[in-house]
Structure formats: structure tokens, C-alpha cells
Design a protein around this ligand. Structure first.
Ligand SMILES: O=C(O)CCC(=O)C(=O)O
Length: 269
């Protein structure tokens, strides 16, 4: 039996961690099915086949090494309407987490598989809400499922407990040449209270969208894979992306999909 009591308070309350960890949440086979699916997408995309609506983002570091198509992929977005990524959201325990974290009606609006192949750089300190131009800004929760082990060497997540109580801080562009498109970072903030999330395959981390977090570089010779979904209330207004000229344009990566209604799973189609 999963304990999700007070989850909303745990994620967003004062004097609370801003995250919850559910160890051994998913069988290895669940993660393997997701990995098989993204490898197939990476190979289809490399062969010029249509993989829409999935969006494949490759590593952009100069001289990135690899042998197979998937070795060069950083992330694949827009997966939550397909196969194992959708089925996972129908798990009654996921529904319970979403209802207790967000409310009786929940949409998934963002999904990404992160390969974090050997040598890939991490994502610097940020708050997910920096990327989300929503009204209201919260509740928004992320679910981060470990597909492989996440260790200090292979670039696990690091979180700053309690930082969910802070407003969205100023973020500056990631200054590393060849860092991934859109990466930004919080600088000058005291991160000394941060902690690494050392996870095993199948562990599930749930966190608030204001929680500061980062991941470090993968210095191992294997990949550090994870699947991440983000959720909010269906009546959230998604303003999109600031075009910089006074207009807002639709964010092509976001795709709002009903997952829970009246505390019940929405059937998969
Ligand atoms: O898993 C990672 O390497 C970074 C993930 C992350 O920071 C995010 O999804 O916001």
C-alpha cells in the first residue's frame, strides 16, 4: 500500500521537503519496455522515418562519441500518448499520487525520456516552473522514474529540499558552449543544503515545480536513463513561449492530455 497522505503538503508546504520518493515503485520490465520503445524511435528517426509526435533532441556537445543512433540522443519528448509511457499513467498508484498531489482532475502536459549517455553533460540548477508560463503557476508536479541506476558518477539528480517555498528565481543561459538548447541556470544561490538522489531502477521521485534541482555530468561509461512526466490541473492556462516581440506562441513540446477525472483514471485510447 502506497502512503500518499499529505502529499500536496509535502510537495508545496512550508518546512516540507518539496519532494517524495517511492522506492521500488516499478518493475525493471516496465523501464525496459520504455527503453525499448525510445531506442526504436531513435533508430526510426535516424533512418528518416516519421516518429511524430515524438520529438528527438540530440546531444549538442562537440565531438560527442557513439556507435548506435540512440547513443547520440539526449532526450525524446512528447511520449505520453503512446505505449508504455501512457500505460504507466493508468496505474492506480500513479492515479493516487496525482490525486493527492494535484487534485481530482489532472492532465499530463509534458513528457521526456532522458538517455544521459556516457559523457553527456548534466542540466544545471533550475526550477521547472521557469519553463512553464502558466496561470495559475501551480500546482505542477514532476514524476521522475529511474530506468537505470542513478549514481554520483553517472550524473544523478541533486535537489535542494525546501526550495519549493521560493519564488521562481532569475535564470541565466547555460554558458557551456554546446550545452543543450534552452538550458538555463540559477547562479549565486546557496545550494549547500542540496542532496544527491541515488536511485535504483524503478524508484520514482515526485517533486514540485519550484523545487531547485540539477543533474551532474555522466562520467561513467554507461547511460543514466530516466523517464519524466509533468502534470497540472486541466484548467491551467498555458501561455506558451514568449516570442520576444510581445506575442506568446504555443509551446510545441507541451501537449495537455487528460489522465485523471473525478479521481478516476481516464481510459487509454
Ligand atoms: O535527469 C536529468 O538529468 C535532469 C532532469 C531535470 O532536471 C528535469 O527534468 O527538469
Amino acid at each position: 500500500m502506497l502512503d500518499t497522505t499529505h502529499l500536496a503538503e509535502t510537495l508545496r508546504g512550508d518546512d516540507q521537503p518539496g519532494f517524495a520518493l517511492y522506492e521500488r515503485f516499478a518493475d525493471r520490465a516496465v523501464g525496459q519496455a520504455m527503453l525499448d520503445e525510445v531506442v526504436a524511435i531513435a533508430r526510426d528517426a535516424a533512418a528518416g522515418r516519421d516518429v511524430l509526435p515524438a520529438f528527438v533532441m540530440k546531444e549538442s556537445q562537440a565531438g560527442f562519441q557513439g556507435r548506435l543512433p540512440e547513443d547520440f540522443v539526449s532526450k525524446i519528448f512528447k511520449l505520453h500518448r503512446r505505449g508504455p509511457f501512457r500505460s504507466f499513467l493508468a496505474d492506480p498508484r500513479i492515479v493516487q499520487i496525482l490525486v493527492d498531489a494535484i487534485g481530482p482532475d489532472v492532465d499530463c502536459f509534458l513528457s521526456q525520456f532522458i538517455f544521459k549517455n556516457a559523457g553527456a553533460w548534466g542540466q544545471p540548477w533550475h526550477q521547472d516552473s521557469y519553463y512553464f508560463h502558466f496561470e495559475p503557476a501551480r500546482p505542477i508536479a514532476g514524476l521522475w522514474l529511474a530506468i537505470t541506476e542513478a549514481t554520483l558518477e553517472n550524473g544523478c539528480l541533486h535537489i535542494l529540499p525546501g526550495s519549493q517555498t521560493e519564488p521562481v528565481r532569475n535564470h541565466v543561459p547555460d554558458s557551456r558552449p554546446g550545452s543543450l538548447y534552452g538550458y538555463v541556470e540559477i547562479v549565486g544561490h546557496d545550494m549547500s543544503g542540496s542532496q544527491p538522489c541515488l536511485l535504483s531502477p524503478g524508484d520514482l521521485l515526485v517533486f514540485d515545480s519550484h523545487l531547485m534541482h540539477r543533474s551532474t555530468d555522466n562520467a561513467s561509461d554507461g547511460h543514466r536513463a530516466a523517464m519524466v512526466w509533468h502534470f497540472g490541473r486541466p484548467d491551467t492556462i498555458d501561455r506558451g513561449i514568449d516570442a520576444g516581440d510581445g506575442r506568446w506562441v504555443k509551446n510545441p513540446i507541451n501537449d495537455w492530455m487528460p489522465v485523471v477525472r473525478d479521481s478516476q483514471p481516464v481510459s487509454e485510447r
